[in-house]
Design a protein around this ligand. Structure first.
Ligand SMILES: [Zn+2]
Length: 271
């Protein structure tokens, strides 16, 4: 995503308008799209807390809140995450950025130092305390996610938060003072009792639900016996490409890791 922050306000801007946690989209002729300025002018309610979040494909993008009163036909509010596959990919990821920033603004109205009200800055995405000058930027929480491989098998685990029979790769938040590699080792040790080596970077993905940056790795299992923690993880096992359980949806990077494993090992024999 190539977004450049600008103070210029063009007329053909995209508007990411939220009511609670839902995004206003325009639906018609089998398409789901982000409203433009000309669409916004048709709305009865007017946007509040308007903020530019940059320029995308030569269109300025604004976020704002709006009431859900008297919506015109063709407009509706939708949760952002399920819009994947409905919105064009490139707009989906801008919608994620919009969702991340609007939630951060909502939860950063008051200064953490003195309790005074915060003001959004115009030249960068940051908020400043009107009293003591304390500056805050959108919170981004780094988390690791790792595909552990043993011969032609992948380690998948069930979180207690998952739907029935859903498994995925192990993930967890990076702690203060920790490298991402140390985090990979700690999460695997804590949650499934597995030691690993050859930790290799796979890719990263912003995950704005609410504010994560997922940093993905592959790793080779040094130990094979699984001991689940029974706290976060309620089941875990080794799976071949031929006996995979229910998996997380695209476009999560967890699913990309599992798809990478399946492609790499699909021609190996079943063990
Ligand atoms: Zn303050």
């Amino acid at each position: 995503m190539d977004i450049k922050v600008s103070e210029k306000i063009p007329k053909d801007a995209y508007w990411f308008l939220f009511h609670n946690d839902e995004l206003l989209v325009k639906e018609g002729e089998g398409n789901t799209t982000i409203p433009l300025t000309c669409d916004i002018k048709l709305l009865v309610s007017q946007p509040a807390d308007v903020q530019s979040i940059g320029i995308f494909h030569e269109h300025e993008c604004f976020i704002a809140t709006i009431s859900n009163d008297n919506l015109l036909s063709g407009f509706s509010f939708k949760k952002v995450r399920p819009l994947y596959g409905y919105l064009e990919d490139k707009y989906f990821w801008v919608a994620c950025r919009a969702f991340h920033i609007i939630n951060w603004m909502k939860t950063s109205k008051f200064c953490g130092c003195c309790g005074s009200s915060m003001t959004i800055l115009s030249h960068e995405i940051a908020m400043k305390c009107s009293n003591c000058g304390h500056l805050v930027y959108p919170r981004i929480s780094p988390a690791i996610i790792v595909a552990v491989i043993k011969e032609n098998q992948i380690l998948l685990a069930r979180s207690k938060r998952f739907p029935p029979n859903r498994y995925s790769v192990i993930a967890g938040f990076v702690e203060p003072g920790e490298t991402v590699e140390e985090c990979v080792k700690r999460e695997l040790r804590e949650e499934v009792g597995i030691e690993v080596e050859q930790i290799n970077y796979f890719g990263s993905q912003p995950w704005s639900f609410p504010d994560s940056l997922m940093i993905a790795f592959t790793a080779k299992a040094l130990t094979h016996e699984i001991t689940i923690d029974n706290n976060e993880i309620v089941a875990a096992d080794w799976f071949t490409p031929h006996n995979l359980p229910d998996l997380p949806d695209k476009p999560s990077i967890g699913r990309q890791l599992i798809d990478w494993f399946t492609e790499k090992y699909k021609h190996t024999s079943i063990t």
